[in-house]
Structure formats: structure tokens, C-alpha cells
Design a protein around this ligand. Structure first.
Ligand code: 5AD
Ligand code: SF4
Length: 459
């Protein structure tokens, strides 16, 4: 069988795609790089907003045609698969195999059943399952918990991914060992609510450590860099900030979704904090990590959001001065409390507010990034950038960085980079050295010498 998986949505979906792909390989499938080459296409879906659902719908329409024309087998996995809405879509587009986020390990049974398989059960085995390490990558994701015990009124995730379950530290550290052995240097710990790790009922009974303790354990494993996402402000306790500050491998990057700066809106969202308590969390993080890079998620146009509420969001943006933000227009998702109880705002109001927020975000990102010019950053360069002769990657603070290749530094690795130029979305710099060592001297009269010393287009 030639299989291809198309992935929409978050990093957890990317991790799940990797997990299912490795299952497919162990079942004897060949993974191919495109839909055209495949005889089985699996679509890993996202249900958090209407847009990704529309994308899935249009792809499935195309796949249904190929099913009739050339006998393609079509599967759907991920959050949408778990919902009645997704199952209706699956029926309409004649999907053969359907796997919810908790039944990914059923892929073999699904394929054996020769189509028409609906896997919607949450299987405990998933939490102990260790997918093989990715090959030839310096960065990897590691899911440490699944599901969410919060009930934000706009969010479909607690319905699709179920209540929170934390993996055992033994299983997490075993997976990490595999990543280390495969040469991974940066791991991102994943969870819908990653910093609530260890506080679900099952975890308490099983004596699972707190997130702060886990961070320290992971940080001592020998991995060079640790990041994590996504955090709920209420679970960002001081011990987490301290563990970050005291564990050198843990990067000083905090993604702390605020969603709104208005207390009235936060209350209707059931976010469990106020703007004041959120700002206290930020102050605490900055006390322990003065150089922390801060990112957030914001929803504009939540039902009932007034111009004054929106101004409070802009004002909070200024109060924090975020380095970056993911900004979304509120999307009314069937099955959520806000869909049931509140009327949606007009589209134009939401769009216009998003535009104003983006302007604010760009101003702050430009200001923050400009502050990095002249500094030396530790950058994990993943590989070639779009522009030939350049490498791209991320700093510890998760800024995207582009650098020209240099003598002795023309491939993926962790380098020290002097930042020379900044835009709101990117830092540009020059590689200075690797592992504390300067770059090797250029051989005299080396042909590259001219290229390296020629004026740079970007830095
Ligand atoms: N509408 C818009 N954005 C949403 N998010 C979650 N649900 C919705 C929704 N219904 C955003 C939140 C969350 C991010 C992953 O997606 O900002 O943090
Ligand atoms: Fe959704 Fe809120 Fe849980 Fe995040 S914390 S996954 S926004 S319910």
C-alpha cells in the first residue's frame, strides 16, 4: 500500500501524523510524498475554527472524485473525526476509515476492515505508545499529556480530545532517550494544556510529578534545548517559572494565551482569570526570567465584545509588549457553549478589529525584534532557507532566524549567531561559531572567501 497523510492544525496533529505514519510503515505501507502517488490518503483534521473545517471539506470533495476514478481509499483522523459534524462530512464524502484522536492505534484494524471503520474510542494504550524517533531531524515534538479539563466556552477541544490524561514520566523519558539517540537537540513538550501536566485525577493517583518537576527531569536528560506549548495562565504557577529559570536547557520562551484583555469577555469565555491576575503571572515570569520572550493567542470578536472590550485587549497588549501573537477571529463552533448561548458579531466588526490588532502586534514585534539587533543568539538552524545559500531556524526565544551559510557552517546545527537586522517576523544574522568555538579560519585564497565577504543582502 502507498499511503500519504495530509495534516491540518496544531503541533499535536503533526505529532499524531508521525505516530500514525510509523504505524502504517510497521504494517508494511510505503509512505509517499503526494496524493497522486498514494492509494490510501488519510486527512488529519482540525476542528478548532471553521476555516480548517472548510479546507478539509474541499479536500475530501477532491478525494471522493479520485475514489470513484481510481479506487483511492480515503481516511479521516484528528479532532473533526470525533465530532458529529465531522462524521456527517465523512458520510457525505464517502470516507472509508475514520479515527478519532484517541484511537490512532486502531489504524491497522481500520485498514484490515476494508473500509467503513469508525474508531472513536479513547484507548489508554495510546499514552504508553512511543513512536520511533524522526530520522535526521534536530527538532522533535513529544506529547506529554492529551485532552483538557478546562471548559473555555469557545473551544471544541475538550469535546474532541476528551478529559486530560498525563503520560507517565517513565514513558516520556524513554521516548526522550530515543530522540537523543537519534541526534535530536531540541524537544518541544506538547499538550493542549501542557503546564497542567500531573494534575488530572489519574495522574494524582499514579504519583505523576508536577510539570515543574518534569521540566527539570527533561532538562537534565542531556537534551540541549527544551520548549513547551501550550500553557494555560491558571496553571502557570511560580514553580514552573522557577524551573524554567533554573534549568539551563529550558528555553526562556513562554507562550501564554490570554485570548482577551477584557474581564467581561474573559468571564464569558470562562477563562478562570482576570486581566489583573494574568498580568501578575507575566510579572512573576519576568521576575524569574527578565529576558523571557512572550507570545500569546488572542481571539477578537467574541460574542458581545464591545469596542471598549476590544480597547482593553489592545491596552493589555501594550501592558505586556508581546514579542509575537497568534490572532484569530472568533469562530462559532457547533457543540461549544458559546455557540449555543451567544449571538455572533457581524463579520465586518470582527475583521476590522483583527486588522487593528495586527497593526499593534507588528509594532510590538518590530520593537522587540529590533532590541535583538547586535546581540548574539543561540540558533538551531534546521536546514536550507528558501533563498539559496541561506539557512533558517529558531532562536531559544523562538524567533525565526535566517543566516547566510559560512565556511564551516553550511548545514543544520546549533550555532551562535550575531543578529544584524530585524523585521517584525524575522531576525537576520551572521554565524559566529558553534558549541562555543569560533568558525574555522578560511583557507587562504579559498574560492568561498569572496562569497562570504561580499556584502550581505540581508544582514
Ligand atoms: N474561534 C477562534 N479561535 C479559537 N481558538 C480556539 N477556539 C477558537 C474559536 N472557536 C484559538 C484560541 C486558542 C488557539 C489554539 O485557537 O486562541 O488558544
Ligand atoms: Fe480549549 Fe481552553 Fe482547553 Fe485551551 S484551555 S484547549 S482553549 S478549553
Amino acid at each position: 500500500m502507498r499511503a500519504h497523510v495530509v495534516t491540518y492544525g496544531c503541533q499535536m496533529n503533526e505529532y499524531d501524523t508521525h505516530l500514525v505514519e510509523s504505524q502504517l510503515v510497521s504494517l508494511g505501507a510505503d509512505l509517499v510524498g503526494s496524493i497522486d502517488e498514494a492509494d490510501f490518503v488519510l486527512v488529519n483534521t482540525c476542528a478548532v475554527r471553521g476555516k480548517p473545517v472548510d479546507k478539509v471539506r474541499s479536500l475530501l470533495g477532491d478525494l471522493r472524485r479520485q475514489k470513484h476514478e481510481r479506487g483511492l481509499v480515503v481516511g479521516m483522523m484528528g479532532c473533526l473525526a470525533q465530532l458529529e459534524e465531522g462524521q456527517q462530512i465523512a458520510r457525505k464524502f464517502e470516507v472509508d476509515v475514520l479515527l478519532g484522536p484517541g484511537s490512532l492505534l486502531d489504524i491497522g484494524a481500520a485498514l484490515e476492515s476494508n473500509g467503513r471503520f469508525w474508531g472513536l474510542h479513547f484507548k489508554d494504550e495510546l499514552h504508553d505508545h512511543i513512536p520511533p524517533a524522526p530520522v535526521g531531524k534536530l527538532q522533535a515534538h513529544l506529547t506529554i499529556m492529551r485532552g483538557c479539563d478546562h471548559h473555555c466556552t469557545y473551544c471544541i477541544v475538550p469535546t474532541t480530545r476528551g478529559p486530560q490524561v498525563s503520560r507517565t514520566p517513565q514513558s516520556i523519558l524513554k521516548e526522550l532517550d530515543g530522540l537523543l539517540a537519534a541526534g535530536v537537540q531540541e524537544v518541544t513538550l506538547l499538550g493542549q494544556n501542557v503546564n497542567a501536566y500531573g494534575i488530572d485525577q489519574g495522574a494524582k493517583r499514579a504519583g505523576i510529578p508536577s510539570f515543574a518537576q518534569l521540566l527539570r527531569m527533561v532538562g537534565q536528560s542531556g537534551i540541549r534545548r527544551v520548549k513547551f506549548t501550550t500553557s494555560h495562565p491558571m496553571n502557570f504557577t511560580e514553580d514552573v517559572a522557577l524551573a524554567m529559570a533554573e534549568t539551563p536547557a529550558v528555553c526562556e520562551f513562554v507562550h501564554l494565551p490570554v485570548q482577551s484583555g477584557s474581564n467581561a469577555v474573559l468571564r464569558r469565555m470562562a477563562r478562570e482569570y482576570t486581566r489583573e491576575t494574568y498580568l501578575e503571572h507575566i510579572a512573576q515570569i519576568r521576575r524569574h526570567m527578565p529576558d523571557a520572550v512572550l507570545a500569546t493567542d488572542i481571539i477578537v470578536g467574541f460574542p458581545g465584545e464591545t469596542e471598549e472590550d476590544f480597547q482593553a485587549t489592545l491596552d493589555l497588549y501594550d501592558a505586556v509588549g508581546y514579542d509575537s501573537a497568534y490572532m484569530f477571529i472568533y469562530s462559532a463552533r457547533p457543540g461549544t457553549p458559546s455557540y449555543r448561548h451567544f449571538a455572533d458579531l457581524p463579520r465586518e466588526v470582527k475583521t476590522e478589529r483583527l486588522q487593528r490588532l495586527i497593526v499593534r502586534q507588528k509594532e510590538w514585534s518590530q520593537r522587540r525584534n529590533a532590541g535583538k539587533v547586535g546581540t548574539v543568539q543561540e540558533v538551531l538552524l534546521r536546514g536550507d532557507a528558501h533563498e539559496s545559500g541561506f539557512l533558517e531556524g529558531h532562536s531559544r526565544g523562538h524567533h525565526p532566524v535566517v543566516v547566510p551559510k559560512a565556511h564551516g557552517a553550511d548545514r543544520a546545527g546549533i550555532y551562535s549567531v550575531r543578529i544584524g537586522h530585524a523585521t517584525p517576523h524575522m531576525l537576520y544574522g551572521q554565524i559566529l561559531g558553534q558549541g562555543g568555538q569560533p568558525l574555522p579560519e578560511l583557507p587562504r585564497h579559498a574560492p568561498e572567501a569572496a562569497a562570504v565577504s561580499s556584502p550581505l543582502t540581508m544582514a
